[in-house]
Design a protein around this ligand. Sequence first.
Ligand code: F6P
Length: 320
Amino acid sequence: LHKVAVITSGGDSPGMNAAIRAIVKAANYHDIEVYGVEGGYQGLIEDKLSIIRTPDVETIANKGGTILKTSRSLAFMDDSGRKQAVEVLRNYGIADVIVIGGEGSLQGAQKLHELGIRVIGIPGTIDNDLDYTDYSIGFDTTLNTVLSSIGRIKDTGLSHNKTTIVEVMGRHCGDLALFTAVAGEGDIISTPELKLSFEQICEKLQDKISKGRNDNIIVVTERMYDLDELQRFIEEEMNIEVRTTVLGFIQRGGEPSAFDRILANKMGVKAVNMLMEGQSGYAIGIKANQLIEKDLRTMLDEKTDKQPNYDLLDMLLHTI
Ligand code: F6P
């Protein structure tokens, strides 16, 4: 192994840079040259590759986002786009690639693997929606950002005795909302795995208010409700004032947490080692605090069966 390309793809997540740093340093240590692909799979198709060396990455571990930039490439979803991407890699004499990203990005990694490129995937997404791994890079940082943001909202909620709906990201996965509540910052939660009706939200709210809590935080996963409608419904039904805050991109940026940086480092080094051993078609994950290698094809097939986190949901019923 003499050359490896690194791609960050899909939504950026805090810790991607720490992973890039680990890959470059581990590869350079073994005299392997690293090519950074600018702008995800789209950049690969457009031949945007340049060498990155250890000195380039010494100071990036604490930076959010990705220095390589990223994209959600439509062209790469087409056979012709993917063939073009492989052609570009071959022109550089690159047969090994590390992809850092979420589900769509790992699907792309599997496609590259099927086209004869050796590929290892690293999970980088704030959504934590990949079932095969307990954590993806970025989730912990985003969770911490959500917790501190809600802390601020609570200050004003408490001062005004006001109920606030807080919408968090997660795409179709409720982990951000769920972990937020388990960490103690949500009084009522509704996630895709445990969706509450407007009426159920009001019932729970009534229960809290009757126990003297007037500054409740309702945490909901994005894409589930028309938030204006939900706010109006609660206001009319309960005769209280409600505010809504969509945390949005505040959640995706920022300095990665120690957990994400260390996870990124471990996964980056392992990806280089796996390629050096000639492995391909795997995604690295972490289960029960141990790094695991998961066959990409199997992982993507099983993904559709993603199970709700029953342990946490159950715990929540007793502690919320
Ligand atoms: O996958 C990460 C994520 O931030 C999701 O939580 C969210 O639904 C989506 O990306 C937003 O996508 P975009 O950046 O294209 O608006």
